[in-house]
Design a binder for this molecule. Structure first.
Ligand code: ZN
Length: 413
């Protein structure tokens, strides 16, 4: 077993440099050195980069030829307790059907609680200071000399689910497209809550976004002067299973990636009234946030940004799969500064949803508390920027420091 911590090639940091991990099991830490050291000059400081996200750790280990990959869990670094991993891995997992494709995969992936990792280090003659050293530039992974053996019985079945796509063809540059997305799936039937309800309706997450997508299409369709670029409306499946529908689209794009101007993603609309702000997740990623800033300021509002940057929310909904192939992607959620009621009111409602209803059977439509005016206001803003791009000839860019800038530049060549 080899211990390697982190693995990005950007930020002058490559944990795999000079190592051969073929056939080995690698142990990695979740999140980035910037988070662990608290140094703003390392990676993006406290904010998680794509390279800190657990999906990247597994993917990179597989690309390096590792046989297995274990991520060392830490609640602060992962932004959720170990039980979340236990719940989500201790069940059937959906994956894209990769039969016949040459996509590297580890045989075994998993998470170990930090405490257990210390025991593993001890068994190999190391102590937990290894984790501290691993966050220093120039750290070279050490072999632990341990062996992992495991047996798993895997039953696989193959099913189909559909992405649903529609378009309004551009009048002058139809080959250039702007893609609005919303995931139409939720969690289905699952573990009952205290009331015995086992149906996960997902009214907010993401029936609301799907409704927004339909409304967006209707409004674009009703425009007298149609956009010069093509506007695409894509309802993707299996987001809750690991962003699978959007991953499938990104791997099998209908429209050329380098002609895809932007992706605007909707995952959960505003249910509690008009706000002065909208919250951009992934501050500083692309110029799309400037588009939205301009649009919202014209209406007298202002742009806010996601404050839990260490949780890496930018890598946790469908727009991320567009970003991964270089398409500038915007993920903006409802704000909390409710007109006439203030921030505290909005924050309370927001936290209430997260703690009581998020991914619970109780994510239901509530006619007594839900209002549509906030959602309409936010949709208007997302429409405004889509319309603007629909008539523009320029392409919005990734900003300096974005992990996706280079991918876009390469795809344009
Ligand atoms: Zn969602």
């Amino acid at each position: 077993m080899t211990i390697i911590l982190f693995g990005p090639i950007k930020y002058n940091w490559n944990d795999y440099a000079g190592l051969d991990v073929k056939g080995k099991v690698v142990m990695v830490m979740v999140n980035d050195p910037g988070f662990w050291v608290g140094d703003t000059t390392l990676f993006k400081g406290k904010a998680m980069t794509y390279y800190g996200r657990w999906t990247y750790k597994f993917e990179e280990a597989a690309r390096q030829g590792a046989k297995g990959c274990l991520i060392i869990h830490n609640t602060a670094a992962a932004s959720y307790p170990f039980s979340v991993q236990q719940n989500s891995f201790n069940t059937t997992r959906l994956k894209l059907d990769n039969r016949g494709k040459d996509i590297p995969n580890c045989d075994v992936i998993g998470w170990v609680p930090e405490k257990i990792s210390h025991q593993l280090f001890a068994a190999a003659g190391y102590d937990s200071s290894l984790l501290v050293k691993a966050n220093q530039p120039g750290f070279k992974a050490v072999p632990l000399g341990l062996q992992l053996s495991t047996t798993m019985t895997v039953k696989a079945s193959f099913n189909k689910s559909s992405n649903v796509i529609a378009k309004i063809t551009g009048t002058k540059r139809p080959e250039e497209v702007i893609i609005y997305t919303a995931h139409w799936d939720h969690l289905g039937i699952g573990r009952p809550d205290q009331t015995g309800d086992s149906i996960y309706n997902g009214a907010l997450d993401n029936a609301s976004g799907t409704a927004g997508l339909l409304e967006m299409a209707r409004v674009f369709k009703n425009m007298k002067a149609k956009p010069e670029r093509t506007i695409v409306f894509l309802a993707v499946t299996a987001e809750e299973q690991g962003l699978l529908g959007s991953a499938y689209y990104a791997e099998n794009p209908i429209y050329p990636v380098n002609k895809t101007v932007a992706n605007i993603n909707m995952d959960g609309l505003n249910r509690f009234g008009k706000t002065k702000d909208m919250v951009v997740v992934g501050q500083g990623q692309s110029e799309l946030e400037d588009y939205l800033k301009e649009a919202i300021e014209k209406t007298g509002g202002y742009l806010s940004f996601d404050t839990h940057t260490e949780a890496g929310y930018y890598y946790r909904s469908d727009h991320f799969n567009f970003a991964k192939v270089g398409i500038p992607a915007l993920f903006a959620n409802n704000g909390v500064d409710v007109v006439g009621k203030g921030k505290e009111y909005g924050e309370t409602l927001e936290n209430e949803y997260t703690s009581k209803n998020y991914h619970q059977p109780s994510d239901n439509y509530d006619a007594t508390t839900w209002t549509g005016d906030g959602a309409i206001n936010d949709l208007k803003l997302l429409f405004t920027i889509g319309r603007r791009m629909g008539f523009e000839t320029s392409f919005p860019k990734w900003k300096e420091g974005s992990e996706f800038k280079l991918i876009r530049e390469k795809s344009n060549k």
